[in-house]
Each structure stands twice: as C-alpha cells, then as structure tokens.
Design a protein around this ligand. Sequence first.
Ligand code: S3P
Length: 195
Amino acid sequence: MTKWLNDSMAQSLNGSPRAPRAVFLIGFMGAGKTSVGQALAELLGWRFLDLDQRIETQQGRTIAEIFSRSGEQVFREIEAAALRELLAELGAAPAIVALGGGAVLREENAALLAACGAPQVFLDAPFEVVRQRCGQTVAARPLFREEDQARRLYESRRPQYLNAQYRVDTSSRSVKQVAAEIVRALSLEPRGESR
Ligand code: S3P
C-alpha cells in the first residue's frame, strides 16, 4: 500500500497515537468499496455505512432511478446532503464508510471529509479490472453504461483519488486480503485482539 501522511497522522506517529473513529473508502465504481468495507467492518467489529445505500433508503428509489428520472445534478445534491448527515451522525461508535465513486470529487464534500480528519483509503485497480467487476451490474451504475465514457471518467478521476492518504491496489487481491492490508497499514485493532 502506498502511504501519504497528512498532518494529523504525522502527529500520531510522533507520539500521540489515536485510533481513527472512521475510515472512508473511496475509488472508482467496481473498486470494491462496499465489499471491502463490509469485510473490514467485520474484521474490526465496527459499523459499516454505505452512502449509496443510505441515499436509496432515504429516497425510496435506486441510484439508477434517481439518475434517469431526476438527472445527475439532482443526484449530486442528494449525495452531498446525505454525506453531510452521515458525517454529523458519525458519533463515537467507529465506522467504515463506503462512498460512491463521485462523492469525493465535489469540493464541498472533499472539504467536509478533510475536516472530519478520518483517513481516506483509495481502492485502486486498472480500468480493465473495474470494468470486469462491474460487468453484471452496469445497469445499476448509470455512469458505467458506456465503456469509452466510463474509461474517460476513470482517467480523469484517478489523479483526484490519488490525493487520499492511502492507496491499496486491489487488482490481484481478495476482498479479505485488501481488508487485512488496510488494518495493518492504519494500525487498527482487529476484533478480539485488544492489547
Ligand atoms: C457514481 C458511483 C456510484 C453511485 C453513482 C455515481 C460515480 O457508486 O454513487 O452511480 O459517480 O462514480 P459506486 O462507486 O459505489 O458504484
């Protein structure tokens, strides 16, 4: 895993260790944010929160329906509001949070996430890998229906995802291996291993 240190992490390495109360998983569609997030939450005994699931529950319609009936702009407004609420409700119980692939690209969302201070982990994989993973589910992903367009989106977004403090290449690893690597890299404590 590639690792970048921000100020708060550098501080924690300098003698005031403080376990994060949340970890955000970011990356392109098909990166494995939901499946890795669930495995990671299970490993740690933390809550798992998924921003897209929250949106679908709140709205009573799928992401694909929101896109097709109301358009992307409306979806982005809904997404930003849902993220604000989720962050406000985070509280003391630690959580793994999977964000939709476009959530971190909006400036307002990125600023809120940065202010929250919890680490962001970029789940990285080559376009061919995410395309294959999305194979069965493109209908549920409005921005992945057209391959060339999805490839361009992937290429334009990747530099922004690389701003995350951590990056893990998920292409040749199982979901469990990726989760275990995140635990190691962030020095988290797996459930049942209290020191
Ligand atoms: C989107 C990703 C989707 C979902 C929406 C838009 C994007 O989530 O939020 O279709 O802009 O990348 P996943 O990344 O979980 O597929």
